[in-house]
Design a protein. Structure first.
Length: 86
């Protein structure tokens, strides 16, 4: 694959591990909620890819700020979707 794909994969790996830790904490706090590690990893991959490919197209600081807000919103949305799907 391209070097871009390698970068994406590295970020996904880091993010997926963080998601998995978060899932473990959620399970301890809320034993009734079923969220699989596999699903957490999938969510992480979707979001990281979206983040990285969007960043490539950013041209200035104002755009970066707007992008940051969008990413924060999509991360929240991803977790909301996770709760509802399981």
């Amino acid at each position: 694959g391209s070097s871009m794909e390698n970068i994406v994969d590295k970020f996904v790996e880091i993010s997926a591990k963080q998601y998995e830790k978060m899932v473990e904490k959620m399970k301890l706090a809320l034993p009734d909620i079923k969220i699989s590690k596999h699903y957490a990893r999938w969510v992480a991959k979707q979001q990281i890819e979206a983040v990285i490919y969007s960043m490539i197209n950013i041209k200035d600081e104002k755009e970066t700020e707007l992008f940051g807000l969008n990413v924060a919103a999509s991360l929240r949305g991803g977790w909301m979707a996770t709760w509802k799907l399981q």
